[in-house]
Design a protein around this ligand. Structure first.
Ligand code: ADP
Ligand code: MG
Length: 240
């Protein structure tokens, strides 16, 4: 699903956010990206989500060499394949949950009725079928994040990318969001999730640890260097 090769990213001003990252993620995986603030996690997620092009190196998503795709094809690939969930919820205030999600499908070229049908189905899937008409200020933080997740999955992406989806939530809401990501993964969606939370990371099947713009350990390829390595903690995860 994802193949990064020697990916670097330099921002204007000479900041080298990625220093040569290679990473493979197979279809159906659930991967945690961990590492200190500033280590390049979000930059990598943007690059592998095709929101940003690398300075050098190659990115393959679902078999496509992203660097060779013209912008229009890249947008089409992104729209059909990738869903995003960001920590900042990006919900429009004064707009009910149903339309927040439906508006995220505008680029799909669907009619309003079809967008709303899909939005309602996505909200139902995240357990908010009874909150369709609630505006963001009428929802809890956890519910707002679930609306954001519904937006990410309404397009039925094969790949869901989440940047600190539990970062702004209390632990109960965070557990709910993680349970939802696991459930989506169980249904076949490939999920890559950035998290600061050690317990969450320890409970996921694979951890990729970044530092200073590089992958420093990957539990899939080198379990011995995985600081959270614990043979007893598998997909069932650790409790809080
Ligand atoms: P993380 O998500 O791990 O906290 P980021 O990928 O956001 O790290 O940032 C990696 C480095 O790149 C940091 O030094 C950050 O300041 C820098 N950086 C991130 N985005 C930009 C940008 N748009 N312009 C310039 N520098 C950036
Ligand atoms: Mg970040």
């Amino acid at each position: 699903m994802i193949a990064l090769r020697d990916v670097t990213k330099e921002y204007p001003g000479g900041v080298r956010a990625l220093g040569g990252v290679s990473l493979d993620v197979a279809a159906g995986e659930l991967v945690a990206i961990v590492g200190p603030s500033g280590s390049g996690k979000s930059t990598m997620l943007h690059v592998l989500g095709t929101l940003d092009r690398p300075t050098s190196g190659t990115v393959h998503i679902d078999g496509h060499d992203v660097g060779r795709l013209p912008d229009a094809k890249l947008s089409a690939l992104r729209a059909s394949t990738i869903g995003f969930v960001f920590q900042q919820f990006h919900l429009a205030s004064g707009t009910r949950a149903l339309d927040n999600v439906a508006d995220g499908l505008l680029y799909r070229g669907l009619r309003l009725g079809a967008r709303r049908d899909r939005a309602a189905a996505a909200l139902d899937r995240v357990g908010l079928g009874h909150r369709l008409d609630h505006e963001p200020h009428e929802l809890s933080g956890g519910e707002r994040q679930r609306v954001a997740i519904a937006t990410g999955l309404a397009g039925e992406p094969a790949l869901l990318l989440a940047d600190e989806p539990t970062g702004a939530l209390d632990s109960v809401s965070g557990d709910g969001v993680m349970a939802l990501l696991r459930e989506l993964n169980g249904a076949g969606t490939t999920v890559v999730v950035i998290t600061h939370d050690r317990e969450i990371a320890a409970g996921l099947p694979r951890r990729v640890r970044m530092r200073d713009g590089l992958v420093r350990s990957d539990s899939a390829t080198d379990p011995a260097t995985d600081p959270a390595a614990d043979p007893a903690s598998g997909r069932a995860g650790v409790g809080r």
